[in-house]
Ligand binder design. Sequence first.
Ligand code: TRP
Length: 376
Amino acid sequence: MRNEENVPAPSDGALRLESSTDEASLQRTRARSQEIEAAILEDPSRFRMLTGDRPTGNLHLGHYFGTLKNRVTLQNRGLDSFIVIADYQVITDRDGVGDLRERVYSLLADYLACGIDPAKCTIFTHSSVPALNQLMLPFLSLVTEGELHRNPTVKAELDATEGRAMSGLLLTYPVHQAADILFCKANLVPVGKDQLPHLEQTRQIAAKFDKRYGRAGDKKRRVFPNPEALLSEAASVLGTDGQKMSKSRGNTIELGMDADTTAKVLKKAVTDADRHITYDPVNRPEVSNLLLMASMSSGEAPEAIAARIGDGGGGALKAEVTSAINDMLAPIRARRLELIADRAYLQEALRAGNQRANEVANETLEEVREAMQMVY
Ligand code: TRP
């Protein structure tokens, strides 16, 4: 690799990629997200939304409150919605995750059980949409090696693989993610802040493509839009031990768990020595997180739940949060069981989503070929 010290300062664009998670930049993104929320209420037809997940594990409460609920709301407001089940992203940092096909159907069942409607939302898998993947080639030509290495999310993921060598796909998957977003010309991407560097890279690729192929001057001739982030404002719930909710820590409450398993997991939740329950996120993070989960599940304010429990201690708190979560998830779980038992329905939903995604991707690739003078 070139010695970065001797290379002229990166272009303005590259600097922004690194700083897209700075506090000031986050503030701007949050403010912009609020403007976008207002614009959606006014005219949802101006937006096409794309978001997605890696099919690596079952979705849990963190996903539900953090993004799924909001996706359903946006879909029901009439936004044209796309969701990618990112099967090619699974192989960025490992050889496999067990039975990938089962994981894909399980993720699909999670989505549909939560209210994502395959009639309103195009759900598709990367590997089924060749034209999307083909965009990766021209897009890679628009990105420098230095930019790839500076992506903070890729750096963090590399750290998490504990010294294993970085695959070429791990280094370049943000470019592939740009193809996810741009193949359908999405202008709105609901994401958490860890994904902001990828979105910044996507914006750069979109702008560079149109510039390189002479489409930047006239808005109407541009091939790609400028996709914007919609940052979720929901308070994030932590795991049952007060740490980040993640499968590997065993501290999650999965949407698909049954009520008894949920009760068991919550019985082991961490609390503290003070029997008097209060909502105090700074000084009592574990207790407050349980109250927050109960609150987000039932709609009752966390302070009110705490007051009701009073001196009941951790046991009463756990009983409270268990029933709030189990009540809220009961219909989702019942629906999920029906869906899992009906493979033909899931297959048909995915087939229809993949077909629509292919139609859209083929059209975009045609425009890209046209712009690149590669129509023969
Ligand atoms: N990288 C995202 C994640 O790990 C999943 C994803 C794939 C995605 N493609 C996307 C998110 C496009 C938003 C837009 O969660």
